[in-house]
Write a protein that binds this ligand. Structure first.
Ligand code: PLP
Length: 453
């Protein structure tokens, strides 16, 4: 008689049925840990260890993990047994959240389309820009990350993400971030529907623009009839100190995409904020009342997550905290890392920060660095990430489109003591990197294994 199959552990079920490559990668980096409890900035594991989160799930956890106020609001919403996804009523909470978002965004923003991810918000922005302008071309900034759906991917020039998935949208073109002449020559054709840009480029390496760049880009858009769209999926919700990073630069975009932190780290929610004029070009008759929508858009739990998150961010003054602690973090990092030749720059705004590394010039280090880069250029930063995790209990990552920039983006509830712990950990790893032997021996071994699996 056939034996019943042995029940796989939850982890092996993931490996067998979801994404075995992801499990292999985490194993290789020795980051495959079972977390049992996450609170604020701290992550606790089943074997009694505790990690500090300086990644925030790529800026999802602005309020910290499982903030009690957000959790309570969601429990309350579930307890109401109210209408969820009827698709046939007016969801009041969506109105409440949209009003709150519009009043905080200000400028031209007067309407909101809700969705469930940043990519979906970008897709909506593409469609709405085309509907409004009657043009189809789109311009974006080199190195951008806008999401992995086909439209969003068409606005990214890093081939790693798009290889094998084409053809993507026609009529899209990159311009270097910060280059107004290049933007002008694209827009002057008067065939471009939208210029879409992250106010501070996240995955490209935490690139903060010159103070006048965004306002001048906006002026060019207005001059040539192009919509100015800002992707605040990482930078929004007080991450950089203000509700939107755009607000540091005095701009009034036609559309703004937000997502990630609006969820409170608990229920997926994204939103495309737009002007009345853009709204009117899309939903312009009764017949078109639902011409662009999505099943989970406006669902009660997501709307409650958004409202509770906004309330928490503001009651706890987390914008001001991000601005003040960001300054402290950058200053302490600069002090600690001063004089190490492989540290090129420490930069950012609020609690969205990066440490940029560079090739060493001292011969002994350069030989090791170059040997390593020949085998696997992407792995250099991963060794630092792995060391920080394993030796210092700090979770972070390199930027997705720039493997030489390490992130420093903790939840906005981070304390100065936790910042000191991060700075100490980074300093120790940088010291080791410059001391030679053990860091580079491990790095070379890891790079070889990564090539072979
Ligand atoms: C700036 C930016 N835009 C858009 C996205 C896509 O968001 P999502 O992963 O929710 O689709 C991301 C995701 O990391 C992002 O960083």
């Amino acid at each position: 008689m056939a034996q019943p199959a042995l029940k796989l552990s939850v982890e092996s079920q993931y490996e067998k049925y979801v994404n075995p490559q992801w499990v292999r990668l985490l194993d290789l980096l020795r980051m495959n840990i079972r977390y049992t409890r996450c609170e604020g900035v701290e992550l606790f594991t089943d074997d009694g260890r505790r990690y500090l989160d300086f990644l925030s799930g790529y800026c999802v956890h602005n309020t910290g993990h499982n903030h009690p106020a957000v959790v309570a609001a969601l429990r309350d919403e579930l307890g109401r047994n109210g209408p969820a996804m009827l698709q046939s009523h007016v969801p009041e909470l969506a109105g409440e959240l949209a009003a709150a978002l519009c009043s905080r965004a200000g400028g031209r923003i007067a309407k909101v389309f809700f969705c469930s991810s940043g990519s979906e918000g970008v897709e909506a922005a593409i469609k709405f820009a085309r509907a409004h302008t009657g043009r189809h071309e789109l311009v974006y900034a080199s190195g951008a990350f806008h999401g992995l759906t086909c439209g969003a991917l068409s606005l990214m020039d890093e081939p790693f993400w798009s290889k094998g998935f084409g053809p993507l949208l026609a009529g899209t073109a990159p311009v270097p971030f910060g280059d107004l002449d290049a933007l002008r020559s694209q827009l002057a054709k008067k065939t471009v529907a939208a210029f879409i840009v992250e106010p501070i480029q996240g995955e490209a390496g935490i690139r903060v623009p010159a103070p006048e760049y965004l306002a001048e880009a906006q002026a060019l858009c207005r001059k040539f009839g192009t919509l100015f769209v800002v992707d605040e999926v990482q930078t929004g919700l007080y991450r950089t100190g203000r509700f939107l990073a755009s607000q540091h630069f005095g701009i009034e975009p036609d559309m703004v995409v937000i997502a990630k932190a609006l969820s409170g780290g608990l229920v997926p929610v994204g939103a495309l904020l737009m002007s009345d004029a853009v709204y009117g070009s899309v939903y312009n008759s009764l017949k078109r009342a639902i011409v662009h929508t999505s099943t989970y858009s406006e669902n009660g739990l997501a709307m409650r997550a958004g409202l509770a998150t906004l309330e928490t961010l503001e009651q706890e003054n987390l914008g001001q905290r991000a601005a003040e602690l960001g300054e402290i973090l950058r200053n302490r990092l600069r002090d600690a890392l001063n004089g190490y030749e492989m540290v090129k720059d420490v930069r950012g705004m609020g609690l969205l920060n990066g440490i940029e590394f560079q090739a060493p010039s001292r011969l002994r280090l350069r030989v090791a660095f170059e040997a390593f880069m020949k085998i696997h250029p992407g792995m250099f930063g991963q060794v630092a990430v792995m060391r920080l995790f394993r030796d210092h209990g700090i979770l972070t990552q390199m930027c997705g489109n720039n493997f030489m920039v390490l992130k420093a983006a903790p939840p906005l509830v981070v304390s100065t003591a936790q910042i000191d712990e991060y700075v100490h950990g980074v300093h120790e790893v940088v010291k080791l990197m410059h001391a030679g032997a053990s860091f580079w021996a491990e790095a070379l071994g890891l790079a070889r294994r990564a090539v072979n699996i």
